[in-house]
Design a protein around this ligand. Structure first.
Ligand SMILES: [Zn+2]
Length: 441
């Protein structure tokens, strides 16, 4: 029952109540005005999920369970339905996974939260479009944190990825009002920070067959729009994507950075490895990435709304287009063994695999090398003299034309190795020597 109807009922009661009750309620004939609670805004969802009391939402932790229960409630409020098995898709973090040993989560139960908006078209409703966002984060740091001194402190992960989870809810609410032709499956994934565990589980146990899944749209870090610069990965994974994005951006007016590859360090990689077209919407890395300072008050709310409008446009187009997409297989020599590729892509931004350099790569372009956004304080990269805007082109004997090559180069070394790093700074090409470390070292 809403507050409005309570007030209406009281108004009726006042007319017929005896004198002693009238005295208690007051004798004024003016209707009682009780303000309605304001509707929950995306920033409220972000604040809830990134509250200290959720403890950084480490996969399998009580805080992650609280977040999952909250997301299921919000899915229901905005008009989604649970799958046949309920709101949660549970999975166990494999004990033998190396990542599980680092983060001490092996054997724990984790859960994806899944909400469904059934399609209205009698034929197209048998096809699904997946919109996903991970809700787990780094807990109390240590594994995955870029600030080794902060171990034990809550890593709130407001942008990474309470922002994506909040946008998931907002898009669900908007789409629920439009009755789309195809079925929409909204998934809040767990275990992303530990190596895309939740999305890997889903593609093995999909709610709708993957063959009938048109595409997967991933929202990971969408709350820090700067200078209208929006990055979309996977734009070449379906033939129709470039034209679709261009037409939507014609009035959205983003400085749109289109990246063709369907692999990247987030959940869309799992779906691309399974042969589905994917898009990953992303407002880029920043200095608070994977640190304790990724807080809700740094979210760009206007930017969030703009990205949400744009993304809702993509979902609407995918949900209602009369024909299916034309998947493009971009696999060259690089993607032999998609699982390996996925893991190593995650390794670049989640240190803990192979030797550690401490660079923060700029994921928007690789101008014949890997451009750095910055380097971690006290890291081997900083000690070697590297800094933001440098473009790394070689590590040891290996050429580094892009992020994947850089991951491979670092994986081929171990902690304590000394390597020569060649990089461009402006017009000059320089070589420095770095002693690689271990994560947190
Ligand atoms: Zn992350």
């Amino acid at each position: 029952m809403s507050l409005v109807s309570v007030v209406a009922l009281l108004g009726v009661l006042l007319v017929v109540t005896p004198a002693h009750l009238r005295a208690q309620f007051g004798t004024q004939q003016q209707p009682v005005r009780i303000p309605e609670p304001p509707p929950i805004q995306p920033i409220d969802d972000i604040r809830y999920l990134s509250d200290d009391r959720l403890g950084g939402r480490m996969t399998g932790s009580p805080g992650a369970d609280t977040a999952a229960a909250y997301l299921a409630r919000r899915f229901e409020q905005v008009g989604l339905q649970p799958a046949a098995g309920g709101w949660f898709q549970s999975f166990t973090v494999a004990k033998e996974a190396p990542v599980a040993q680092h983060a001490h989560v092996g054997g724990l139960q984790a859960k994806n939260v899944i909400g469904i908006l059934p399609g209205r078209d009698p034929v197209l409703r048998n096809e699904a479009v997946i919109i996903g966002a991970h809700y787990d984060h780094l807990g109390l740091g240590g594994f995955g944190s870029l600030d080794p001194d902060s171990t034990g402190e809550v890593h709130n992960g407001a942008d990474d990825n309470a922002s994506g989870a909040a946008m998931l809810i907002q898009i669900a609410r908007r789409m629920a009002g439009t009755r789309p032709a195809r079925t929409l499956v909204f998934i809040a994934f767990s275990g992303e920070e530990l190596g895309l565990l939740g999305s890997s589980h889903y593609v093995k146990a999909p709610i709708y067959p993957l063959a009938a899944t048109l595409a997967m749209l991933n929202l990971d870090m969408v709350g820090r729009l700067r200078d209208k610069r929006l990055i979309v990965y996977g734009t070449r994974t379906a033939k129709e994507f470039p034209a679709l994005l261009d037409s939507l951006n014609w009035y959205a007016g983003f400085d749109l950075k289109r990246q063709g590859d369907g692999y990247g360090p987030s959940d869309h990689s799992s779906f691309y490895a399974a042969g589905r077209p994917v898009l990953h919407v992303f407002t880029d890395l920043h200095e608070d990435y994977h640190r304790t300072t990724d807080d809700w008050n740094k979210i760009n709310q206007d930017g969030f709304e703009q990205v949400s409008d744009f993304t809702t446009g993509i979902v609407t187009a995918l949900a209602n287009r009369p024909t299916r997409l034309t998947p493009v297989d971009l696999s060259g020599p690089r993607s032999a063994g998609a699982g390996h590729h996925t893991d190593s892509a995650a390794a670049v931004v989640t240190p803990g695999y192979g030797a550690y350099l401490g660079t923060i790569p700029d994921m928007t372009d690789s101008p014949g090398g890997v451009r750095l956004l910055g380097v971690r304080t006290g890291s081997p990269a900083e000690k070697a003299g590297l800094r933001g805007d440098d473009v790394i082109t070689r590590i040891g004997p290996m050429q580094v034309p892009d992020l994947q090559a850089m991951t491979d180069a670092l994986r081929s070394h171990k902690s304590g190795d000394t390597v020569d790093i060649v990089f461009r700074r402006g017009d000059r090409v320089t070589t420095v020597r770095a002693t690689l470390g271990t994560r947190g070292g």
